[in-house]
Design a protein around this ligand. Sequence first.
Ligand SMILES: [Fe+2]
Length: 385
Amino acid sequence: MPFYYQLGKIPAKRHIQYRKPDGNLYAEELISTEGFSSLYSLVYHCHPPTLVKDIGTPYPFAPKAAIEKNLQNRSFLTFNSKPHDDYLSSRTYLLFNSDLYISSAAPKKSMTDYFFKNADADEVIFIHEGAGTLKTVYGQIQFEYGDYLVIPRGTIYQMHFNNENNRLFIVESFSPIRPPKRYLNQYGQFLEHSPYCERDIKLPQNLETNDAEGDFKVMIKKQDMIYPYTYATHPFDAIGWDGFQYPFGFSIHNYEPITGRVHMPPPIHQTFEGHNFVICSFVPRLFDYHPLSVPAPYNHSNVDSDEILYYVDGDFMSRKHVERGMISLHPKGIPHGPHPGTVEKSLGAKETKELAVMIDPFYPLKITEEAMKMEDPGYYKSWVE
Ligand SMILES: [Fe+2]
């Protein structure tokens, strides 16, 4: 996140002796990005973060493509996937390219016997159903329905759920996830026209210093493999940290919509960006107020990106037969638009309650075997009455 934050106790200067009450040194760790050229944080551990006791047998954890090349409008019903007890096993890869992996997950159990670290990708976890606590070395973030959790790569974390009914929509980004540059001034502060700002960001809280020794399993994901590591000390052993590199939360319900007299284009919904893709939030809002406005979107050919829409809640004025957890995939190369009858129906409407997450990747998405099991095969014909 592009602003400075500090939690717990830290020494007066960086890289100086910092001692525990018993006289031993804390172990300073620099967590830096893009070499030493971008955001970083300094974490002060009770124990060095290097105490590896054992490495288990790595195993593959990768999306498998059923369709490598796609030129067909499609939809997938992600709520058709069965819940799993385990957090990692519940992750179902759906769509992917070299910039991002998109998955859904319905984990039932909290992570109590292992930790997870994605060494390759920043993760954006959208909480569609469920609530709980994200635990990290930086502190804890309480999450609930509608939250985006943004977890930078390299962050060891655990998800603790309040109950077994959880539905997550996950983006793994191989580039840093950031707020759009146009929302920020030259110093990194959110500008007045931005649909959200610093006060809307959920920062890590309740730093717990777990000064425990034993066997601590950390599943590390790198290059489509999971490496089971066993460390000799608890990963969440920080006494304090500061910097710009840390996980945060943001509720889609705090996204302030931008409206106009006539239909506003998708960039007004933009929430985050990565390299070669954007993430947008469609939230309840007043409709366009020109006397002759057409609230339903126009047909459009977005010639430079695929478009996926993940339907969260509410009534979708431009589509029929929409279910919660449904994904539509509209690939570049062909236009898409409102379903028959929905344009006339939208005339005179004052507001929409729709809630959705949109991802526009600039390179085509491959479709996984798991996604094809959830496909609505007739979707591409749904514009013909
Ligand atoms: Fe679209």
